[in-house]
Write a protein that binds this ligand. Sequence first.
Ligand code: AMP
Ligand code: MN
Ligand code: MN
Ligand code: MN
Length: 300
Amino acid sequence: MSSVIDLHSHSTISDGLLTPFELVQRATAQGVRVLALTDHDDVAGLDEARAAATGAGIALVDGVEISASWNKRSVHIVGLRINPAYEPLRDGLAAIRAGRSERAMRIAAELEKIGILGSLEGAYAYAANPGIISRTHFARFLVAKGIVKDTRTVFKKYLVKGKPGYVEHRWADFANAIGWIRASGGIAVLAHPGRYDLGRTNLDSLIADFKEVGGEAIEVVTGNHTAEQFIQFANYAREFNLLASCGSDFHGVGESYRDLGRLPALPSGCKPVWHNWPEMSPELAEHVGRKSEAPSAARV
Ligand code: AMP
Ligand code: MN
Ligand code: MN
Ligand code: MN
């Protein structure tokens, strides 16, 4: 299964394991021809990624994944074809990063209460960009310490609601995050809607609110969704008249459900978010999903 387009990925600028250069190299080797780098709350990797993409002969889509709060829940908004120089976007992202640093101290204090010492310094040791400190970096520290066997298990036993090391946090305002993306010239995409653990009613209201404040697309095919969810969110896209996106959400080998460019085609009836992009030549568009098989279980 291979896909020439992958619109969600992370580098060492946020919580990925590859530098922007290495990420582009890997994507190219995997057959990706249009790649979006969508680091959490930072656009600092885009220049390096763009230069690497030019060298490799593939297209780089300027992206970001903004952490936002919707009704006290954390949700992620991917911005595609943004202008990374747009000041209100940059200012908004800087404020989120400052909030991350403050949250990290609270996470470390919580872990200290159960006898895990030194996690703040420990987490920062895994953060190539100290501006973005995330739970992923704490997870890597906990694994390296031998406290948990792998990062996936960390997100079951620690750092999540009801477990040690979890803290509430206020991210960017939902409507503002979408507004910055749009005002910069980008498209706002609701990331992995199947991952928020919402019931039908809340999911409907999240998607309705998203659309109401200017959201234009949702991720249908993502490394975070099961095959059933590909279909479920293709139906949402149609029902709410939203464009459909696809991306691996690749963070690194061993840390992601899907590798770069290893995604099935969008289910039929979806209007792709790239339908009018110059990056997607008609020749490339025709190849989207051509080698795909029927979707199989995503969480392997
Ligand atoms: P943060 O933005 O600091 O709250 O960290 C969230 C990040 O943790 C996500 O972007 C993922 O990279 C990672 N993450 C969250 N849940 C899981 C999970 N169940 N398994 C692996 N990684 C996860
Ligand atoms: Mn992440
Ligand atoms: Mn996300
Ligand atoms: Mn992501």
